[in-house]
Structure formats: C-alpha cells, structure tokens
Design a protein around this ligand. Structure first.
Ligand code: HEC
Ligand code: HEC
Length: 211
C-alpha cells in the first residue's frame, strides 16, 4: 500500500541536508531563501550614500556593514522594517524591502571586505581590560566579538572594528535599556545592564581604536 509522501518539515530537511555534507552546502547556494550577492548589490545601491562604498563607512554616524554575518544583517534589517529596532532613518530605508531582498542585501554586505579607514588614535586602558578580560557579571567581549573585533561569522556575532565610539556607546545603552531586544540581543542585555556610563565610554573608545 502506498502512503502519501509529505514534504519534510523545515527542521527535518535541514538536519537531513547536514548529513549530506558538501552536497547540502552546494545546494544551499541555489535554495530560494538564500541571498543572492548579485541581486543584493543592485538592491543596496541606495545604501551607499550613508554606509559607504561596499559597506565601509567613513562617517561616524553610519555603521559599516561590510563583513558582518549575513544572519546578523538580515535580523537587523527585518527588525527595522517591522519596528522592532527603532530608528527613523532606517525604518524608512527598510520599509519597502521584501524578505528576499533582505536576504540578498545581507549576502552582498557579508561578502564584502571590512576596511577600517580611520581608527581613533586614543584608545582606553580600562576599555581594553574590560574588552579582553571582562569582570564579575560581564563576560569578556573578545570571547564573542574576537580579540581584534572581527566578530564570529558562523555564530552570527557582529564585527565591532570600524564602528565609531558614538555608535558603539549608543548600541550598548540601547541594550542596557532594553530598546534593542530582538534577534540575539538576549546575549548582550544581561552584560550591558551591568555597565556604568564610564565603562560604556571606555569600551567604546577601545573598540573605535581597533584597526
Ligand atoms: C540616510 C542614511 C542611511 C541610508 C540611506 C541607509 N542607512 Fe542603514 N543606517 C543608518 C543609520 C543612521 C544607522 C544606525 C541606526 C541605529 O542607531 O539603529 C543605520 C544602521 C543600519 C544597519 C544596522 C547596522 C548594525 O551594525 O547593526 C543596517 C543593517 C543598515 N543600516 C542597512 C542599510 C541598508 C541595507 C540600506 C539601504 C537599503 C541602508 N541601511 C540605508 C543610515 C542609513
Ligand atoms: C556571549 C556573546 C557576547 C558577548 C560576551 C558580548 N557580545 Fe556584543 N553582541 C553579541 C551578539 C549576539 C550581538 C548581536 C545582538 C543583536 O542581535 O542585536 C552583539 C552586539 C553587540 C554590539 C552592537 C553591534 C552593532 O553593529 O550594532 C556591540 C556594540 C557589542 N555587542 C559590544 C559588546 C561589548 C562591548 C561586549 C563586552 C562588554 C560584548 N559585546 C560582549 C554577543 C556578545
């Protein structure tokens, strides 16, 4: 007797694909939900005015996007579009993007090389110490964001090198206040909640000096 063949649930398909190893990786590049770098380059043309050519920004108000994990970029863009990460400028930029365009743009920026044009001259000894060693209730930033701020692509942890002190400090305060609470923010909120303003400024100064 024949039984109807049901499509495997997503999770099942993923697990089965993992077992197939390389053939799965090759197949993933063609899966419809995966981002297309070529389509992303087209869709990202309007972004360059603020985020710089190929996602390397020279303006401290606009974070560099080059080399960020695609999962991180897609998560942030979706959050701006859906009002979960509040920013008037980015809400407008993301408003018209489809899920597929978000995946394409994320794939494009993830594939670009991150370049730090002008690291800050002045670092911070306190910031460097906290970054590398943490303290009670504050995990070392380097454990997730890499000792030189390169982030962790497979885990989706963003790169920090090339971000301005002002942007980093604002981000840490947004995690501390719970304003940024979507995506993987649960990994940042408990430790940001422990940081004083002085520690946030010190960390931001150290991160802005990474080259
Ligand atoms: C007019 C300037 C402007 C334009 C154009 C713009 N952005 Fe932004 N973008 C910003 C600002 C400002 C921020 C920081 C907002 C915040 O603090 O949340 C930002 C943040 C982001 C972030 C979050 C970065 C991070 O490290 O978390 C992403 C992703 C992003 N923009 C993608 C895009 C894309 C894709 C486009 C084009 C479709 C675009 N932006 C166009 C100004 C701009
Ligand atoms: C357990 C891993 C982990 C640790 C430890 C950690 N982070 Fe993060 N960090 C993350 C993740 C994951 C995100 C992205 C969260 C999201 O989705 O908004 C993030 C985001 C950030 C951002 C925002 C980046 C951007 O482009 O907007 C900054 C700034 C940051 N972390 C700084 C720090 C600092 C400073 C420390 C140390 C005091 C630290 N992080 C420790 C995992 C970690």
């Amino acid at each position: 007797m024949m039984t109807a063949v049901h499509p495997m649930p997503r999770r099942g398909r993923f697990a089965a694909g993992m077992l197939m190893g390389l053939s799965f990786l090759a197949g993933a590049a063609h899966a419809s939900e995966a981002g297309s770098i070529k389509a992303g380059r087209e869709a990202a043309q309007s972004c360059a005015a603020c985020h710089g050519a190929k996602g390397n920004s020279n303006n401290p108000a606009f974070p560099s996007l080059a080399g960020q994990p695609a999962t991180y970029l897609a998560s942030q863009l979706t959050a701006y579009r859906d009002g979960k990460r509040e920013n008037a400028i980015m809400a407008g930029q993301a408003a018209g993007l489809s899920d597929q365009q978000i995946q394409d743009i994320a794939a494009y920026y993830a594939a670009q090389e991150r370049k730090v044009a002008s690291p800050a001259d002045e670092g911070s000894a306190l910031g460097a110490d906290l970054y590398h060693h943490g303290r009670d209730n504050v995990a070392a930033c380097a454990a997730c964001h890499h000792s030189e701020g390169h982030g962790n692509q497979p885990a989706g942890f963003p790169a920090l090198r090339g971000l301005s002190a002002g942007y980093v400090a604002q981000s840490l305060k947004d995690y501390r206040s719970g304003t940024r609470a979507h995506g993987q923010a649960e990994l940042m909120i408990p430790l940001a909640a422990e940081l004083s303003d002085a520690e946030i400024d010190a960390l931001a100064a150290h991160i802005a000096s990474l080259d």
